[in-house]
Design a binder for this molecule. Structure first.
Ligand SMILES: Cc1cc2nc3c(=O)[nH]c(=O)nc-3n(C[C@H](O)[C@H](O)[C@H](O)COP(=O)(O)O)c2cc1C
Length: 184
């Protein structure tokens, strides 16, 4: 049975990076993984902003929460997932552009891990700083930050960050999250 289950199980959000730059074809493959995500009505209400010049990389680092700044600044590739609500109408009272953006983000994370990279999504950042530093036009909004890079050495991280990376990965058991037929 062909399956990508093992790749999904092996994906993990680590925090260590080497200073080796990513080859252009590696960056292209991350972009391709992002681009081929499914979306409602194939609206693709997303943009992938990549911090390229020194000023945008510095602004990226500055917008991170203090906790994320301790490790994410070392990543070779710094990206912002930007969503456009106008390109995907809300459904059932839900901002469904966020769902589409999340699927594209996960595609990128999985491809990164399959390539042996450290890839890590972040919610810890300042929305005003990100919006203004990257001139994100309304009604678009940043949805997630995500970094990628070749793996480094866990021993080089500060002890508190090492502890986070060494924490065993856990998930709720299937019996807790799968509902057969109906709730109750
Ligand atoms: C949308 C999103 C935002 C996240 N934000 C952060 C963050 O700001 N800082 C951080 O260290 N990890 C962040 N994470 C990583 C999660 O903590 C991680 O996915 C979770 O603990 C499960 O671990 P795993 O990805 O290794 O399976 C984020 C993950 C997602 C999907």
């Amino acid at each position: 049975m062909p399956t990508i289950l093992q790749a999904l199980v092996d994906r993990r959000s680590e925090r260590h990076f080497s200073n080796r730059p990513l080859e252009p074809e590696v960056v292209e493959s991350l972009i391709e993984a992002f681009r081929w995500a499914p979306s409602s009505n194939n609206r693709q209400p997303w943009r992938l902003l990549i911090a390229k010049d020194a000023a945008s990389i510095a602004a990226y680092d500055d917008a991170l929460s203090e906790g994320n700044r301790t490790w994410a600044t070392a990543a070779a590739l710094k990206m912002v997932v930007v969503g456009n609500p106008d390109e995907q109408p809300d459904r059932n009272g839900m901002q469904s552009f966020m769902l589409d953006c999340g699927l594209a983000l996960e595609n990128l994370l999985i491809q990164g891990c399959a390539l042996g990279l450290t890839t890590h999504a972040m919610i810890g950042w300042d929305i005003d700083k990100v919006t203004s530093a990257f001139a994100i036009p309304a009604p678009m909004r940043p949805v997630a930050l995500v970094v990628a890079g070749y793996r480094g050495r866990i021993e080089d991280l500060p002890p508190d960050v090492q502890a986070k990376d060494l924490k065993p990965r856990t998930r709720k058991p299937a019996e807790e999250i799968v509902v057969w037929s109906r709730f109750g």
